[in-house]
Design a protein around this ligand. Structure first.
Ligand code: FAD
Ligand code: AMP
Length: 485
């Protein structure tokens, strides 16, 4: 007899495991099917995010930041140290320990919430029917009233630079180098390329990032993108825009064995590296997710088609996370997982897709949410903005960490905050204050009248709200003072 559940989730990344836990909390008998295995063949939960994404990249970013601070910035504090050395094996062991602790944590949460973890590859056969193929090839069918698809995404590749997982790697390989490459090439100046490029640059690599587009971080406010580029270039990243990679060759006898050919405005160019990271984006994992007879609708890029509530075209089938439209971010998938679970329980939960925060964990961090000034202009809505630089923050100066600024975008007629962009130390956490403000429909005046602790980095957010109406205290206001409406 096949096993029967209320809900079966396929995939245990942040979208899938959160959906499974929330379903179980709401009283559904829930199973989660996951194919990921550890090197010693144990089922591992947590997906891309915990195993090869958000968490290991942040572990390496934090280690490399400390190393870089020690080498280049302790001196300013009067701390005299020898140059020091990085023990790459120890850094990787710590990263793996963090990953292991968190993936085991998900397994523990499954146990405490009574989610049944099933190891194997899941495939939707039809309404309420999922086939699970174990690693030994054995197949079983399990049944559920509702199926939630959460198979996530995988790195994209491009024909000119085939990944060999040795000299040419994807983002997963870039988290596993056993030594600091002397010269490192990165294709793609997106979030992943910038974060991984920063890790190895801080540890001593000479890093070149080749980006096909002429614009840097096109989703970001233009002024903030220019400011970010300036800071990252000053840190030593060689970011070449308008550079489209067209080919590569490997010659292991050469000092720098990977040669990349690319074309920029000046013509055809070549550059040689010890390692090359291909970070050109990710694509959804939907290839063998459903039997064609099931009739699951998938768009031309491989995303499962869903409505605003993540319902697929088949009754009782839902899809969440990187597998569906929208930004490929862990928290976006988590919120979708919660929404689907709660709607199954009859609640009216929604995801506010207008307020998905995005963060690049370089140092300083780059974070944004809501609308940019340009987007508001294009929509024909008049805005006022408030800027404030970290250089004028007492706390930032005390910490010797003064790069960056806050920009607040406010609808002129209503004074409502509609967007916020932050470059700076702890930008992700500072931005979140404005995400909450925007969720609550706060005005710039609301924030201006709120008391902030002194001295705290969050004062830059307060001052940017004051600056909207020309009232910032700790800078000369160029804008004529105007009363809040
Ligand atoms: P995934 O995490 O990809 O999980 C899908 C799971 O489904 C996997 O475990 C997979 O094995 C399993 N699966 C697939 N098919 C099947 C099947 N047929 N049967 C059973 N199991 C299956 N996002 C952020 O928000 N912040 C960050 O800082 C951040 N940093 C990142 C850094 C890197 C280097 C990378 C690569 C990504 C980063 N991301 C970050 C993106 C983030 O990892 C993804 O958005 C997130 O993991 C997507 O979650 P998901 O649950 O949709 O899919
Ligand atoms: P993201 O999708 O944010 O991870 O960023 C991936 C980046 O890779 C995008 O900015 C693309 O423009 C860039 N990219 C894709 N293909 C190439 C290529 N052949 N050469 C250089 N950059 C590329």
């Amino acid at each position: 007899m096949s096993q029967q559940f209320d809900v079966v989730v396929i995939g245990s990344g942040p979208a899938g495991y959160v959906a499974a836990i929330r379903c179980a909390q709401l009283g559904f008998n829930t199973a989660c099917v996951e194919q990921w295995l550890s090197p010693d063949h144990k089922p591992v939960y947590g997906g891309t995010c915990l195993n090869v994404g958000c968490i290991p990249s942040k572990a390496l970013l934090d280690t490399s930041h400390k190393f870089h601070e020690m080498q280049h910035r302790f001196d300013a504090h009067g701390i005299r140290v020898e140059r020091g050395a990085i023990d790459v094996a120890a850094m990787m062991a710590r990263k793996n320990q963090v990953v292991g602790q968190l993936t085991k944590g998900v397994a523990g949460l499954f146990r405490s919430n009574k989610v049944t973890g099933i190891s194997g590859r899941g495939r939707l056969l039809g309404r309420g029917r999922v086939e699970v193929t174990a690693t030994d090839g054995e197949r079983q069918e399990i049944n559920a009233t509702h199926v939630i698809l959460a198979s996530g995404s995988e790195p994209m590749t491009i024909p000119p630079t085939p990944v060999d997982n040795d000299l040419i790697v994807d983002s997963s390989g870039a988290l596993e180098f056993d030594a600091v490459p002397e010269k490192l090439g990165v294709i793609g100046a997106g979030v992943i390329g910038l974060e991984l490029g920063s890790v190895w640059s801080r540890l001593g690599s000479k890093v070149t990032i080749l980006e096909a587009l002429d614009d840097f971080l096109p989703a970001l406010d233009r002024k903030m993108a220019r400011e970010s580029l300036k800071i990252l270039v000053r840190q030593g990243l060689d970011i070449q825009l308008g550079a489209r990679v067209a080919g590569s060759r490997i010659n292991r006898r050469r000092k720098h064995p990977v040669t990349v050919s690319y074309r920029n405005a000046e013509g055809d160019r070549e550059a040689s590296f010890d390692k090359l990271i291909v970070a050109v984006g990710r694509r959804p994992v939907s290839g063998d997710l459903a039997d064609p007879a099931a009739g699951l609708a998938v768009d031309e890029r491989g995303f499962v088609e869903v409505d605003e509530f993540c319902a697929a075209n088949l009754a009782d089938v839902y899809a969440v996370g990187d597998l569906v439209r929208g930004p490929m971010l862990a928290h976006k998938g988590m919120e979708e997982g919660v929404m689907v679970a709660e709607r199954l329980a009859g609640k009216k939960t929604q995801v506010n897709y207008d307020l998905v925060p995005a963060v690049i964990y370089t140092h300083p961090e780059i974070a944004w949410a809501g609308k940019t000034e340009d987007e508001m202009k294009q929509a024909g809505v008049e805005t006022i903005t408030g800027n404030f630089a970290f250089a004028a923050s007492g706390r930032a100066l005390a910490a010797h960490d003064t790069d960056g600024m806050v920009k607040l975008v406010v609808e002129k007629a209503s004074d409502r905050i509609v967007g916020c962009q932050v470059i700076g130390a702890s930008a992700a956490d500072l931005l979140q204050q404005m995400v909450i403000a925007m969720e609550f429909g706060a005005s710039a005046e609301d924030i201006a009248l709120t008391m902030f602790p002194h001295p705290a980095l969050s004062e830059v957010v307060h001052e940017s709200a004051l600056a909207v109406h020309g009232h910032a205290i700790h800078k000369a206001n160029r804008k004529r003072q105007e009363p809040a409406p």
